[in-house]
Design a protein around this ligand. Structure first.
Ligand code: NDP
Length: 245
């Protein structure tokens, strides 16, 4: 089990799960190409990492050309793409009756189209290579619906369906898929909640003892899945704090 010399592209890498995964992959000897919208946060992630092992660029996953360019950066710099980790996501919370149409659209664009843009950008490269691994950060909300998260759950159900479809279609091309479905993880995700009271409640829950995982817990799993030999495929994992229902 090793990620040494694997080339991995990570989206949503400026904080939380994505940033932790970049760091752990680099520690394991992988070459990592990563992106997100906030350039200054990407630079923070890169600081202290071996520059020979990384490349990064500002990337909005809703813009297909930008995602293509990130994936191409991996090929130009390191010659291949072993794995793509589609991790970018937002989670605004509100009842459907609040009619936050802009937030719905943003969630669909980032959480669903962002993943499809990644898949679309990387598949031709993986087909040419004759191997590849596509991962995505889903959520327990991709299995179960919660109030005030109806649209978010919808996007995560969609990601699960899409990745399972890709798994079935791409077996013949030796492309593996892995869906990681976390419960509560303490990250910056609450910042995408527009209602400050709801955001504070969530953060307070995280700070109850053992109530939230750390981003590193998810990164461990991602690195493990990528490091497995090509004939082994971890397709879906639920990971939650032991105290979470
Ligand atoms: P963070 O908010 O810390 O990370 C989200 C990342 O996504 C950031 O790097 C952000 O960077 C990036 N992002 C958001 N929008 C875009 C965009 N349009 N283009 C590119 N990057 C974007 O939260 P998490 O680490 O928790 O979130 C990572 C994933 O984990 C998400 O898909 C989330 O749904 C999922 N998840 C999180 C859980 C949790 O409890 N935290 C539980 C279950 C799933 P930037 O703003 O710089 O673009």
């Amino acid at each position: 089990m090793t990620v040494e010399n694997k080339v991995v592209v990570v989206t949503g890498a400026s904080s939380g799960i994505g940033a932790s995964t970049v760091k752990l992959l680099v520690k394991g000897g992988a070459k990592v190409v990563f992106g997100a919208r906030r350039q200054e946060k990407l630079e923070e992630v890169a600081s202290g990492l071996d520059p020979d092992q990384i490349a990064f660029q500002e990337t909005d996953v809703t813009d297909y050309q930008q995602v293509k360019s990130l994936v191409q950066l991996a090929v130009d710099r390191f010659g291949k793409v072993d794995a793509l980790f589609n991790n970018a996501g937002i989670m605004p919370m509100a009842a459907v009756s609040e009619d936050n149409r802009d937030e719905w659209q943003q969630m669909l664009n980032i959480n669903v189209m962002g993943v499809l843009n990644g898949i679309s950008a990387v598949l031709p490269i993986m087909h040419r290579q004759g191997y590849g691994h596509i991962l995505a950060t889903d959520s327990l909300a991709g299995y179960k619906v919660y109030p005030n998260l109806a649209v978010y759950c919808g996007t995560k159900f969609a990601v699960r369906a899409i990745l399972e479809g890709v798994r079935q279609e791409e077996i013949k091309n030796k492309i593996r898929t892995t869906l990681i479905a976390p419960g509560m993880v303490e990250t910056e995700l609450y910042k995408s909640i527009s209602d400050p009271k709801t955001a504070k409640n969530l953060v307070d829950t995280w700070h109850e003892e053992n109530h939230a995982l750390k981003a590193e817990d998810i990164a461990d799993l991602v690195v493990y899945a990528i490091g497995l030999p090509n004939y082994v495929s971890i397709n879906e994992v639920k990971i939650r704090p032991s105290v979470e229902l």
